[in-house]
Write a protein that binds this ligand. Structure first.
Ligand code: SAM
Ligand code: SF4
Ligand code: SF4
Length: 373
């Protein structure tokens, strides 16, 4: 897409902040996954892939509801045998932006070329560490050679990591590796698992996570390609400090999810048994209200869109202020440029993170075996 095209798209999306129409939907093209990240409750290998014909019907309906952006989710979306056709159809029915999140393991050059040909706009590859461990096998080591393929591709790439105790030690290297390659990258704090009532964040261990968010902010301020908004950093920091945030969650109203069996979910964590084909604009409007799960919500895509809708001026002001600070810093040839610059400066302070015993990393109920799939 040209720069002018992107600006027009941005302007069209700005309208969604002020109108009452839905903005974005995430469609689980499959719930099957080739990995088993311990923090994830979004995969289920016992559910067959949905048929292409069903996915098309659901996309038609989502589009008729006037959704502008479609995120293809999973499970692992690349496991679906018709994924290229799904992307082509999504573009065909008029979603102005079609993105996908993948662990990247099944990506090959031909598939990337086919996804590009089908019109995929953005691909997020999830990478948590340099090397795999039991709780997450999404390692840079496994996919780094693929990042080069995007140099000549129209598909916009970004890399995203999940920040928790067991990824803190190597997340800095993940970020630096991407920045060295010119790839936008960011790490977000792990969110709790509302489905199994697992607390994945340990409130007493928030300090190193906070520090890592601040490191990313410093890089962003010095003009580096950190893939996060200033608002999202501010939100996560408040969440970790358990400070209140005033907002109204737009899940189910302007932002919703559709499962691989066609169920209408408010978000990845709050699920209904209703079928997407019976959902009307009036149903969506009825979800324009605060939710009782807002405190500490870590469904960042929805939380971020909600912040923009709840406080548009404050949201825009924070982004503009951040952008200006970054411009000034760039003119002064801003430093630091890498996480390693920041951690080197910190060597004399407390260690960045002391690795815990692996089993102690998740909530107590998980250790009791309540969350086994
Ligand atoms: C559910 S995955 C599906 C797509 C694909 N399998 C992948 O890993 O990118 C979508 C995104 O959610 C993130 N995710 C899953 N569980 C999470 C959690 N508890 N906290 C934060 N992010 C999480 C993943 O890291 C990934 O970036
Ligand atoms: S985060 Fe993605 S790769 Fe990991 S288990 Fe969940 S769906 Fe699979
Ligand atoms: S507050 Fe968070 S968890 Fe609750 S419905 Fe909204 S996005 Fe989902």
């Amino acid at each position: 897409m040209t720069v002018i095209g992107e600006r027009m798209l941005d302007l069209r999306q700005v309208r969604r902040v002020f109108d009452t129409k839905p903005w974005a939907a995430h469609l689980y093209v499959t719930e099957q996954c080739n990995l088993d990240c311990h923090y994830c409750n979004e995969f289920n290998n016992s559910i067959p892939h949905p048929a292409l014909a069903d996915l098309k019907k659901w996309m038609d309906h989502i589009r008729k509801l006037d959704v502008m952006r479609l995120g293809l989710q999973g499970g692992e979306p690349l496991k679906h045998p018709d994924i290229v056709e799904v992307v082509r159809y999504a573009k065909c029915v008029g979603f102005c932006k079609v993105s996908m999140s993948t662990n990247g393991f099944l990506l090959n050059r031909q598939l990337l070329a086919d996804l590009e040909g089908a019109g995929l706009d953005e691909l997020q590859i999830s990478v948590d560490r340099m090397t795999p461990i039991a709780s997450t096998r999404k390692a840079m080591k496994s996919i780094v050679h693929k990042l080069d393929w995007f140099k000549d591709s129209k598909v916009k790439l970004n890399v995203s990591g999940v920040l928790f105790k067991e990824t803190l030690d190597e997340m800095g290297q993940v970020i630096d590796t991407c920045l060295d390659l010119g790839i936008p990258v960011g790490a977000r704090v792990v969110h709790d698992d509302l489905v199994h009532d697992r607390a994945l964040r340990d409130a007493s261990a928030s300090e190193p996570l906070l520090r890592f968010l601040e490191h990313q902010e410093k890089l962003k301020r010095s003009g580096q390609k950190i893939h996060s908004t200033w608002n999202l950093f501010a939100y996560q920091k408040k969440m970790l400090r358990q400070e209140p945030v005033e907002w109204t969650c737009i899940a189910g109203y302007k932002y919703f999810f559709v499962s691989s069996t066609g169920k209408f979910w408010l978000c990845s964590q709050v699920r209904t048994e209703r079928h997407i084909l019976e959902i009307t604009r009036e149903d969506l409007l009825s979800y324009n209200r605060k939710k009782d799960c807002q405190a500490g919500c870590g469904v960042y895509c929805t939380a971020q869109a909600s912040l923009a809708v709840s406080h548009p001026l404050q949201y825009a002001g924070r982004e503009v202020a951040g952008m200006l600070a970054s411009q000034v810093s760039r003119m002064r040839r801003g430093k630091p440029e890498r996480i390693r610059d920041l951690t080197a400066a910190q060597q004399d302070e407390a260690p960045f993170y002391e690795a815990p015993a692996a089993a102690a990393s998740f909530g107590s109920r998980c250790q009791q075996g309540n969350c086994l799939r």
